[in-house]
Design a protein around this ligand. Structure first.
Ligand SMILES: [Zn+2]
Length: 275
């Protein structure tokens, strides 16, 4: 398998190779690749989504094309402290291991979902974006469990960084009664909080996580039927948080139920249309 590193801004290319080499000296990497890591300079295989620091993608080998793992680094990545950059790289490297191994069924749904044509209009693009975040959530859970189990010496600092970046970000989305996708944006925020509560031990951040969880649950209870509320805020999150990444045997479960549910949400005008 080849490994390609790709930066949003070419001025970061040299620094990226240095950082990757540094990570390899610091820890045993979670996956093996052939030869040297190389810079991918066409930059066309990465989605530079707002708010992202880094992402990973993987292409299985196809006829003459080699199997390729890729880590994409946004400009914001390089504004993070040095140590955080190393942890972000390790996190993406763990994603690559799980994409090919334990969470392969989920990753395959993700690839198919990304290839599906999107209907015209802002609503449908946003619906897909939110649905994909919820589909990918199990990969985030898996990455944290894996890092905690295999890199205990990095865990203490990583979990603090993860708290501000992912479990408890400053910006909290608000419910918009006119927007049928809004509950699912809150649901994704709640999923992250629930993951944080499984990961964080310190008292004060736990207090903040509990407070945010309760606020989000109360808001969702207002807009969801009791059946949906239980299904999404309890059953779905419990199922995903129970994912076991303790071995590489592909997990048959694709964790797609919430994704499917979001993709079935209709824009407001269509809901109001007479039957
Ligand atoms: Zn991630």
């Amino acid at each position: 398998m080849n490994l390609e590193l790709c930066c949003q801004d070419p001025r970061n290319d040299d620094e990226t190779l240095d950082r990757w080499a540094e990570l390899g000296e610091l820890v045993d990497l979670p996956f093996q690749y052939d030869g040297e890591a190389r810079i991918e300079d066409t930059r066309r295989f990465c989605d530079w989504l707002p708010g992202m620091f880094a992402s990973a993608n993987w292409e299985p080998g196809l006829r003459t094309l080699p199997e390729t793992a890729r880590i994409c680094l946004a400009t914001t990545f390089f504004q993070e402290p040095h140590q955080t950059q190393l942890h972000l790289l390790l996190h993406e490297a763990i994603h690559l291991r799980l994409f090919r191994g334990r969470l392969r069924a989920n990753f395959q749904v993700l690839i198919q979902a990304r290839r599906l044509p999107v209907e015209e209009g802002e609503f449908f693009h946003r619906r897909r974006y939110i649905a994909l975040l919820l589909l990918m959530f199990v990969q985030e859970v898996g990455a944290d469990y894996y890092l905690r189990a295999h890199y205990p010496q990095r865990w203490h600092v990583y979990v603090q960084e993860r708290l501000t970046h992912y479990y408890l970000p400053v910006h909290v989305p608000q419910l918009d009664a006119q927007d049928p996708l809004s509950p699912f944006v809150l649901l994704y925020t709640l999923f992250r909080v629930e993951l944080g509560l499984r990961m964080v031990d310190a008292a004060e951040p736990r207090r903040l996580l509990v407070e945010r969880r309760d606020n989000l649950r109360n808001a969702l209870r207002e807009v969801m039927s009791p059946v949906d509320f239980d299904q999404f805020t309890k059953a779905a999150v419990e199922q995903v948080l129970q994912v076991d990444v303790g071995n590489d045997e592909p997990d048959a479960e694709a964790y797609r139920s919430v994704y499917d549910r979001v993709m079935a949400v209709l824009p407001p005008a269509m809901n109001d249309a007479p039957a």
